[in-house]
Design a binder for this molecule. Structure first.
Ligand code: ATP
Length: 219
């Protein structure tokens, strides 16, 4: 069977080293041919829109992954009218990749713990596998461990990479990535208080944020 493709959804508001390290480690662990970053358009579960605009979040991702040939940015959710549903994107990728190609959706434990609230969530597992990275700053995982995964999904959880490589979709595997307790929220808060964000995200992203005075930063 062909090498799986990794699809990494998020708001990336802004992208940081936690995202990049998750993508790099899961790519190696799951032998992904490439990882496609999919910045969300209008995140329908959030009380407000994103802080930076879609084009700015896409540009920051492009700057962050420059020089890494196995990483791509796909702006289809940013360009889509209306709310941003992961299931719609997975359906498009399934159509493009064909019925047999393994697709692997990448996410952190905090995002996956809420998967039952995603639009048409049961269809997600007919379309892709889920590779879930244990997030360092996730209190849910620290207190509950694997119990943070919704119970209805336990039969899908596997410890075997073969289950992922041999099927197009349907399995869930957790992965203990290098703990990196960085969040976009923390970066935005640092900028609000005029503190340095250097070494939390690649330098070209730091420069872009200051040049465009994003998140309340001054140039
Ligand atoms: P915010 O603080 O604005 O909520 P975030 O830092 O959680 O943002 P997102 O764009 O919401 O970033 O995250 C996209 C995906 O990356 C999610 O699946 C999330 O769990 C995962 N992720 C984000 N930061 C980390 C990190 N430091 N370690 C592991 N996974 C992470």
């Amino acid at each position: 069977m062909a090498s799986p493709i990794g699809l990494f959804g998020g708001t990336f508001d802004p992208v940081h080293f936690g995202h990049l390290r998750l993508a790099a480690e899961l790519r190696e662990a799951f032998r992904l041919e490439r990882v496609v970053f999919l910045p969300a358009g209008h995140p329908w579960q959030r009380s407000r829109d994103t802080y930076a605009g879609g084009a700015e979040r896409v540009r920051m991702l492009e700057l962050a992954i420059a020089g890494e040939p196995a990483f791509r940015v796909d702006d289809r959710e940013v360009r889509r009218e209306g709310p941003s549903y992961t299931v719609d994107t997975l359906e498009e990728y399934r159509r493009e990749a064909g019925p047999q190609a393994p697709l692997v959706f990448l996410c952190g434990t905090d995002a996956f713990a809420r998967v039952e609230s995603w639009h048409r969530w049961e269809s997600l597992f007919e379309l892709a596998h889920f590779a879930v990275a244990v997030r360092a700053d996730d209190p849910g995982w620290q207190s509950k461990g694997p119990g943070a995964i919704p119970k209805a999904l336990w039969p899908r959880v596997t410890m075997s990479l073969r289950d992922i490589l041999d099927a197009p979709a349907g399995r869930i595997m957790t992965f203990a990535m290098t703990p990196i307790a960085i969040s976009s929220t923390a970066i935005r808060a640092l900028l609000q208080s005029s503190s340095s964000i250097r070494y939390l995200t690649p330098d070209p992203v730091v420069d872009f944020i200051h040049q465009h005075q994003l998140y309340g930063s001054s140039a």
